[in-house]
Design a protein around this ligand. Structure first.
Ligand SMILES: Nc1ncnc2c1ncn2[C@@H]1O[C@H](COP(=O)(O)OP(=O)(O)OP(=O)(O)O)[C@@H](O)[C@H]1O
Length: 290
């Protein structure tokens, strides 16, 4: 099975390091979340993989071959981004045909279904569509191409809530009927969390978290109650963050002292993915000890 392997990738812009040492593996038939605070380099990493940004240090391989300047590999990778890379003066339906010629295949029936579902006017020029509908046209292209690895950089930018929901539904359906890999960079973590199998978090130029969502959801815990009891219960346990209100405390952790009984008056709950992300990216590299 094909895997994209990213090893020791570094990228600087004007001497300022953005990616310092990125290592990760993108497996077949997964939906990944590529998460990170603003400006950490998510788009840069995607552009590197899609051969749109060059690097001097590090490698990106697909089936052991470098993906750089490699047409065969790049034909299996698609990056959908907000950058206006598509010909703006082209009518949307013509664009679909153009894309088909470029990639050798394009699911026209599915594109028609999606255009109808989103009420996209395919006879309009791309340039004349509203921002949201330009994104929709871009998304349709991404979902209908025959690529094994589809990178979606901020895929729902400008989409209203109904269209975002429709997109997530369509993504789930197309993924189950025709499994392939999607890597989604987004800040709307709560909205996509139900779709994701695995999460990469980029912080300080590196991958700070590389974990299955299921495992994360089992690990992430928030413990609330009277501060003294919470502190006592979590003695020696690494804590991501704590908040206090009066005498009450909530502590966020990636592990809990399972062997210790939970004191009466203290509650232990799961953390949703968005909260977990906020807590793991709050203080890069930092862990509080209670
Ligand atoms: N072409 C460029 N020239 C100079 N600096 C750049 C260029 N592209 C990106 N950068 C810088 O690299 C850093 C990472 O940018 P990037 O867009 O990859 O981050 P991001 O994680 O996608 O951010 P966001 O979540 O805000 O979209 C930023 O500091 C940005 O200013």
């Amino acid at each position: 099975m094909s895997t994209i392997t990213i090893s020791g990738v570094q990228k600087k812009y004007h001497q300022k390091p953005v990616l310092k040492d990125v290592n990760l593996a993108i497996q077949p038939n997964q939906i990944y979340g590529l998460l990170g605070r603003n400006g950490v380099g998510k788009s840069t990493l995607m552009r590197i993989i899609a051969n749109r940004t060059r690097i001097k240090v590090g490698t990106v391989t697909l089936d052991g071959e470098s993906v750089f300047e490699n047409e065969r590999a790049q034909n299996r990778i698609y990056l959908m981004s907000t950058a206006k890379l598509l010909p703006q003066e082209e009518k949307v339906f013509k664009l679909f045909k153009l894309i088909k010629t470029m990639y050798g295949d394009f699911d026209e029936a599915y594109a028609e279904h999606l255009a109808e579902a989103f009420e996209l006017d395919t006879h309009s020029k791309l340039r004349k569509l509203s921002t949201g509908y330009q994104t929709i046209a871009n998304l349709i292209i991404a979902l209908c191409l025959p690529c094994d690895f589809i990178f979606l950089d901020e895929p729902v930018l400008g989409l209203d809530a109904n269209h975002r929901e429709l997109f997530y539904q369509e993504l789930a359906e197309t993924f189950s009927s025709k499994p392939r890999t999607f890597v989604i960079a987004t800040h709307l973590i709560e909205e996509v969390s139900g779709l994701l199998n695995h999460v990469f978090v980029i912080a300080d130029g590196k991958v700070s978290l590389d974990e299955d969502v299921e495992v994360l959801q089992q690990r992430g815990r928030q413990i609330s109650g009277p501060a003294a009891l919470v502190q006592d219960y979590l003695q020696g346990v690494p804590v991501l963050h704590t908040t206090r209100l009066g005498g009450m405390m909530t502590a966020y952790c990636l592990q809990t002292p399972l062997e210790r009984p939970l004191p009466a008056g203290v509650s232990l709950d799961g953390m949703n993915l968005q909260r977990l992300f906020i807590e793991v990216t709050r203080k890069p590299g930092g862990r509080d000890e209670i």
